[in-house]
Design a protein around this ligand. Structure first.
Ligand code: AMP
Length: 115
């Protein structure tokens, strides 16, 4: 756990959040400022800055995050309509919370700006 990391505090239940899932490795909770009808953050409990800090040794955890995300999407009824998974990494991507997290977005047609 990193001091003054808001997602570490949420993962440790030191700050209340609207949780939708938890296991030994990850938590998932509703984003405070949703940009889609369903906007969930999937957060590994281990503190790392972002995807750039992961290596071969993390393949199992990263696979677990993605299969868990698919599970949550199914549970929330997004499987047929579809959804998007995003992890903003660094300044150019607009990462604002410095603890790895994956956004799960769904419930409306999502535009995609590739620029
Ligand atoms: P990013 O810009 O990719 O780093 O995303 C950070 C996300 O965390 C944003 O969508 C915020 O709305 C969200 N967020 C920040 N603080 C909280 C919080 N305490 N609970 C839930 N979501 C949060």
């Amino acid at each position: 756990m990193a001091e003054d990391c808001i997602f570490c505090k949420i993962a440790n239940h030191q700050i209340p959040s609207d949780f939708v899932y938890e296991d030994d490795l990850v938590v998932a909770f509703r984003d405070l400022s949703p940009v889609a009808p369903t906007h969930i953050l999937i957060v590994p409990k281990e503190h790392k800055l972002n995807l750039s800090e992961y290596g071969k040794e993390d393949e199992q955890l990263l696979g677990h995050i993605l299969t868990t995300t698919a599970h949550i999407a199914r549970e929330l009824g997004l499987e047929e309509s579809g959804y998007r998974v995003i992890t903003n990494t660094g300044p150019d991507a607009g990462q604002s919370v410095m603890h790895t997290h994956f956004h799960l977005l769904g419930g409306r047609k999502l535009n995609f700006d590739k620029q």
